[in-house]
Design a protein around this ligand. Structure first.
Ligand code: NAP
Length: 371
């Protein structure tokens, strides 16, 4: 293996710095991948600014990053699905409890779990594939983990099961994956997006889409769900949980909301100076928002739970997605890598700027850096 380089966080809330990194040999069940494309996620910013609150187990120096695509450079003992040179996409687990810096995605050579990696069809570029891992993992965890929505499992030939899933935020990266997974498991999907993305979510498989900015959206969705057997809701996006709670409270079926967002956003809490000035009111909003969601959920007879996007790392859902479902589904077009990548730079040094652009907002696009 040649020289490795990483984008380091040397201490809590430090600046990202590009520097040399050790070359790590894969353990049993692991592969090393020469990374060619990295997609950035809100989480990659948040582990820097509020990692002490949301990922307190991180040890420094630390390497962030979950979404990578590239070529296999080394294969650990017991790995039979991959050979050196294979083109792959995989989930980099560096930010998860019990994992190590060698598994962080923001480096030239990353260690991936075999069962969290999929081969790529020749037709899919590294850039396009790199949008998948965390958003797909979050959607799959929310939909299939027993502690969340516990939906029927995926099938290559899904038969309609007569149930409807509400996915709030269908045009987000998580939502784009959730729509496709739910359809592949036999569910009918109702979703929300801005009108500019109605066609986008419909092409992904949603049967009906509503504008989440409309003041009648809750009433309109309740009307659309009348007479349907609801499988629950996946709430993605700020403010989505309360809306989903209200909708589910008025419908028949599984009154369970899997939520990807905390009650208030930590997006604008800075890592450095004046952090406390932003953090304290944000924590107050989280507490108040959490309390009002709890009250509203009780009043509506709805259960809620925050999703941990990599819950599938420790269950049979991870292999179901990356080993069984994704390789053939990508190959035969049953599942597409969505949203489309927007390449914003090249080299690890471009990641900080990509994260700033991500914070400024994207619409049905995922920001990608090539290596
Ligand atoms: N809990 C976890 O483990 C976990 C894991 C991954 C992500 N997340 C969180 O989930 C959220 C989505 O992440 P992502 O990477 O999928 O986001 P993303 O792709 O960057 O989201 C961009 C999209 O968000 C939509 N959007 C903006 N405000 C919205 C709102 N209030 N309600 C619904 N949709 C809204 C926009 O849709 P339009 O352009 O159509 O308006 C836009 O297309 C983020 O807040 C992220 O932090 C949580």
């Amino acid at each position: 293996m040649t020289k490795n380089t990483a984008l380091w966080l040397n201490a809590k809330r430090a600046d990202f710095i590009v520097g040399p990194a050790p070359s790590t040999e894969p353990l049993a069940g692991e592969i090393v991948v020469r990374v060619r494309a990295i997609a950035v996620n809100p989480m990659d910013r948040l582990v820097r600014s509020v990692g002490d609150l949301i990922t307190p187990w991180l040890e420094y120096p630390f390497i962030a990053g979950s979404d990578v695509a590239g070529e296999v450079a080394a294969v650990g003992a017991g790995v039979t699905r991959f050979a050196i040179g294979d083109r792959v996409v995989g989930y980099a687990a560096g930010a998860d409890k019990g994992h190590r810096a060698a598994e962080g995605g923001f480096q030239t050579y990353v260690v991936l779990k075999d069962y969290m990696t999929s081969p790529l069809p020749d037709t899919l570029s590294f850039e396009a594939a790199s949008v998948l891992p965390l958003a797909l993992s979050t959607a799959a965890s929310a939909l299939f983990e027993r502690d969340y929505l516990a939906l029927d499992r995926l099938s290559a030939t899904p038969a309609a099961n007569g149930k409807t899933l509400l996915i709030w935020g269908g045009s987000t990266s998580v939502g784009s994956n959730a729509i496709q997974l739910a359809v592949a498991a036999g569910y009918d999907v109702i979703t929300t997006a801005s009108p500019r993305n109605f066609d986008y979510v419909t092409k992904l498989g949603a049967r009906q889409v509503f504008d989440y900015n409309s003041k009648n959206v809750v009433a309109d969705i309740i009307k659309a769900l009348r007479g349907r057997n609801l499988a629950g809701a996946l709430a993605v996006g700020q403010g989505s949980a309360l809306k989903c709670i209200k909708i589910l409270g008025a419908c028949e079926g599984n009154r369970f909301v899997a939520m990807t967002n905390p009650p208030a956003s930590f997006d604008h809490v800075p890592a450095g100076t004046s952090r406390l000035l932003r953090l304290i009111p944000t924590l107050a909003r989280v507490m108040i928002g959490g309390l009002s969601a709890t009250i509203e959920a009780r009043r509506n007879g709805v259960k809620t739970r925050m999703v941990w996007g990599s819950a599938l790392l420790n269950s049979d859902v991870g292999p179901m997605i990356f080993e069984t479902f994704l390789p053939s589904a990508l190959k035969d077009g049953r599942f597409v890598a969505a949203p489309e990548p927007l390449v914003v730079g090249s080299g690890l040094g471009a990641i900080s700027e990509a994260l700033d652009r991500q914070l400024a907002g994207v619409s049905a696009r995922k920001l990608v850096v090539t290596l």
